[in-house]
Design a protein around this ligand. Structure first.
Ligand SMILES: [Zn+2]
Length: 322
């Protein structure tokens, strides 16, 4: 089976599972209606990890360019690009000059190649210095998320907006945590959680909601990222998937119009439905960090179609020529 047929097949199977589980478990959640209309098409590009050329890696700038051209050249064009975080290879552990060099490549490719509106969320690797843990660095104005926000001209690290009859919420999954080796944990800070609760409460119940985050709120593919089970337990690090998933799930339970959550971070892909919410983890544009595929998943982006009945279709698109 070639890659294309694998991806088409897995998308179809996943959709079947999602429809089956939602209609079986919850009377309120029904499958897509027959006369639904597509209202928006997005290309979700996550984990691009762009950086200057590096030996032993495929060219990140050329790869990012290929992905952007491929997505925007679709006969059925996307209306918007979602950049899902980990835009650059790494700012967590690198000094300022190297982080600047990566943002420079990002800026160059974006200004040459992005032709349609785009929305962005921050990933862990877009945060400067948390992996270094240097007190002097903490006094720098660009420390933490400020560097990325400035380079991306982003006013807020989380926000929401309306488009095509849908409400879109963009979250910031990454909170500083020096208590683990990653320097961060995947969760919403209390202020952001309170904002999210208010934002959802203010959204009309008839308006479907899509949540975009870098790190998955809920994920199945994280089980296969490294051989976790070798310890005899499935201990999923809180840096891999939202450690506050329970309270977010409880919040979503109060809002039946929350339909879909898009994420990346794992560089693997999955499609799961839990309590009527579809969680889609959409692989990585960089695949295995510009060294080819990551496990079964080649470098890819996703095309996400939004419908007026609150349903979505999601398809992973490998964009590199064989
Ligand atoms: Zn990543």
């Amino acid at each position: 089976m070639n890659r294309r047929s694998f991806f088409n097949r897995s998308a179809t199977l996943a959709l079947g599972a999602a429809v089956g589980s939602s209609s079986g478990l919850l009377a309120a959640a029904t499958g897509p209606s027959l006369d639904r209309k597509r209202v928006l098409r997005a290309a979700h590009l996550t984990d691009i990890h762009v950086m200057p050329e590096m030996e032993g890696h495929q060219s990140p700038a050329a790869g990012m360019t290929d992905a952007l051209r491929h997505a925007q050249a679709q006969a059925d064009k996307p209306d918007v690009l979602f950049f899902g975080g980990d835009l650059i290879m790494d700012a967590l552990k690198l000094e300022k000059e190297k982080v600047t060099a990566q943002w420079d490549v990002w800026g160059k490719v974006v200004s040459a190649e992005v032709k349609i509106p785009a929305k962005l969320c921050l990933g862990n690797h877009d945060v400067w210095g948390w992996g270094i843990r240097d007190a002097a660095l903490e006094t720098e104005a660009l420390y933490g998320k400020a560097f990325a926000l400035e380079r991306l001209a982003l006013k807020d690290r989380y926000y929401s907006y309306d488009q095509a009859g849908w409400h879109f919420v963009v979250l910031d999954s990454v909170q500083r945590d020096y208590g683990n080796k990653h320097g961060y944990t995947a969760r919403l800070d209390d202020a952001q959680f309170a904002w999210l609760a208010k934002d959802l409460a203010a959204t009309p119940v008839a308006t479907p909601v899509c949540v975009l985050s870098h790190i998955p709120i809920l994920s199945a593919c994280v089980f296969f990222d490294t051989d976790l089970e070798a310890t005899g337990s499935w201990l999923i690090p809180g840096a891999w998937t939202h450690i506050d998933a329970r309270r977010i799930k409880d919040l979503f339970r109060k809002h039946a119009n929350v339909k879909v959550c898009l994420s990346g971070h794992v560089h693997l892909a999955d499609d799961i439905t839990y309590l009527g919410v579809r969680y889609l983890c959409n692989g990585a544009v960089s695949g295995g960090w510009w060294k080819g595929d990551y496990q079964e998943f080649p470098p890819a982006y996703a095309l996400v179609d939004f419908y007026d009945d609150g349903s979505v279709e999601n398809r992973l698109v490998p964009y590199r020529r064989a």
